[in-house]
Ligand binder design. Structure first.
Ligand code: BG6
Length: 492
């Protein structure tokens, strides 16, 4: 178990804290990963209407699986949590009290998690500075979105940078904390065979998908004017692309990994206007059906009485213009109200150059390496083998499972892993300011074109896989989205 730490969650009674952070910390306590001497301070504008214990109990009933909450652990956890009323505009007695509360003489890490809108990042950091809460043991964790374009991101980074050094600044992308993403790094850099195969010589193309079945739920206010490009592509999808495509870093430490990811972002193909229209699809869902139930459109969900040009789906074909990846297309897509919820990277290898058996013909599927992050963590290799018991010309495709099931270790949820890393001062799974800014530069180029050219927004029915153009992005290249090709395999 790592040392006890102090964690202040600004926006501590808000949505992210309730749904993700507190359940993750509770799971960390249960798993023996969070020291019970740690302190968790939740700041809130208006405080709680019940006791902290009751509030947590009700919260965990909703967000921690039923088998997970036990009375003694809940008591211990509630004893670690303090809720404080605190404004984020002006200092004053509440801030003095916070400072006093956070006094510590054991040199423990002090992690400030800013689960608040980016518009208040600057002032919160200034106040942390004014009250001397940004010293050596302090770290600041910034939840996305980091701005809404390059300019606003630069302004936030500069403001935060005046109060916290880059080595104290932890920009979170929770996709980097997912188990399968960690495993991707482990497999890539601890096995020579992957490195030997990892390039344009053997890889045909790469697909990255984050599909969600939910609509915009209660987040319409945020989503309208944000859209899938800013909400998902600028961060999660580009970060996943970086991890797949980066060169092997000299060391698996924060600076080395982030340097390599940055090189990938700098090598992304910059499309000009008309190229954007043919390589990027944007769309919004209309009314449809999910699992047999009728569901409304995006505009219904937001109760909008005017047209909206916010995209809830984006698909992109892009390239990384360097030696390793020359001419290998990277297809990315993400959308809300799709038929299924999954997140997956598919690395599809080239077909064999020559079939030595006339009977094999088109029955040979290309090899695929699959990294699934959602709904379960899963890594697998798909290969062709002889069909057991039949003649050698009969082949079948099998899936080689690369998970280490039952290894006795505890799987940490992404937020717990990232909070523990921040407390330890390990930045390898966090995003450097240069990465954020380069990702914005690339995304801004596309969004600006959409705005200037008034590019048409396509539509798709809720409960479908997006407009026809998404399918076409692949088919016109003679390829297919993996979910459209793969059936369940019978490995028996
Ligand atoms: C968030 C986005 O960053 O990621 C949400 O703001 C999205 O719109 C979520 O639903 C998806 O995360 P996950 O881990 O549930 O796939």
């Amino acid at each position: 178990m790592q040392d006890a730490f102090d964690l202040v969650i600004f926006g501590g009674t808000g949505d992210l804290s309730r749904r993700k952070l507190l359940p993750a910390l509770y799971a960390g306590l249960v798993a023996g990963r969070v020291d019970m001497a740690s302190r968790i301070v939740l700041t809130s504008r208006s405080g709680l209407k019940t006791s902290t214990h009751t509030w947590l109990e009700e919260l965990f009933e909703q967000y921690v699986p039923a088998c997970g909450v036990d009375a003694d652990t809940l008591d211990t956890f509630a004893g670690m949590v303090t809720v404080v009323e605190l404004g984020l505009t002006d200092g004053g007695p509440d801030w003095e009290a916070l400072k006093a509360l956070l006094q510590s003489d054991d040199g423990r890490a002090l992690v400030h998690f800013l689960a608040v809108p980016p518009a208040v990042f600057t002032r919160t950091c200034e106040l942390l500075g004014e009250y001397d809460l940004n010293g050596q043991r302090a770290r600041v964790v910034l939840e996305k979105p980091l701005g809404h374009d390059l300019e606003s991101a630069q302004a936030i980074n500069a403001d935060v940078g005046r109060c916290f050094d880059e080595s104290q600044t932890f920009r979170i992308d929770h996709y980097l904390g997912k188990e399968a993403v960690q495993n991707l790094l482990a497999l890539r850099f601890s096995n020579i065979m992957f490195e030997e195969l990892w390039s344009a010589r053997t890889i045909d193309h790469i697909q990255i998908t984050i599909a969600e079945d939910l609509g915009v739920e209660g987040r319409g206010g945020f989503y309208e004017g944000t859209g899938a490009m800013r909400d998902m592509v600028q961060n999660h999808l580009l970060q996943l692309l970086c991890l797949v495509a980066m060169e092997p870093p000299a060391r698996l430490d924060g600076d080395s990994i982030r340097d390599e990811k940055l090189k990938v972002l700098k090598s992304l193909k910059q499309y000009s206007g008309p190229e954007i229209d043919s390589n990027v699809v944007r769309a919004q869902y209309t009314a449809g059906a999910m699992a047999g139930e009728a569901v409304g459109s995006y505009k219904d969900d937001l109760e909008l009485d005017h047209e909206s040009s916010t995209e809830t789906f984006v698909a992109i074909k892009t390239y990384i213009e360097n030696w390793r990846w020359a001419n290998v297309p990277f297809y990315m897509r993400t959308g809300k109200r799709l038929p299924d919820r999954f997140a997956e990277i598919v690395i599809q290898f080239k077909p064999i150059p020559h079939s030595p058996h006339a009977g094999w013909g088109k029955h040979i599927n290309p090899n695929r390496f699959i990294i699934r992050m959602q709904p379960e963590d899963h890594l697998a290799l798909r290969m062709m083998v002889k069909n057991h018991g039949s003649k050698s010309e009969a082949l079948k495709e099998v899936e080689m499972n690369l998970d280490v099931v039952g290894d006795g270790g505890t799987r940490l949820g992404p937020y717990l892993r990232l909070i523990l890393d921040a407390a330890r001062g390990d930045q390898s799974l966090f995003v450097h300011r240069d990465e954020v800014e380069h990702a914005w530069r690339w995304v801004d180029n596309i969004i600006e074109h959409w705005q200037q050219a008034d590019s048409p927004l396509k539509t798709y029915q809720a409960g479908t896989w997006g407009p026809y153009e998404v399918h076409d992005l692949m088919v016109r290249d003679g390829r297919q989205w993996f979910h459209e090709t793969s059936g369940r395999l019978n490995n028996g």
